[in-house]
Design a protein. Structure first.
Length: 82
């Protein structure tokens, strides 16, 4: 697994990237560490700075706090600098 730290600029992977990497479960959710559901698809492609990483390896973004999404480290990737 890639290493992430507070302050890193990351991007939430696309739906297709995650489906290819993890596959789908019996109800059509992506089978990564924490289920990524179709109701979360609007998060795909968002570029955000990591604010916190909790004890469950969930990544916390202040901007998403009110939405209460569980974003696991396997749902994100580093943003490549130009």
């Amino acid at each position: 697994m890639k290493t992430f730290k507070i302050g890193d600029l990351v991007e939430i992977k696309s739906w297709d990237e995650m489906v290819n990497e993890f596959g789908l479960d019996e109800v059509g959710d992506i089978e990564c560490s924490h289920s990524f559901t179709s109701s979360m698809i609007h998060l795909c492609g968002k570029k955000l700075n990591i604010e916190e990483i909790n004890e469950f390896d969930e990544v916390i973004f202040d901007v998403l706090e009110t939405e209460e999404w569980n974003i696991s480290m396997d749902m994100i990737k580093h943003v490549k600098s130009d």
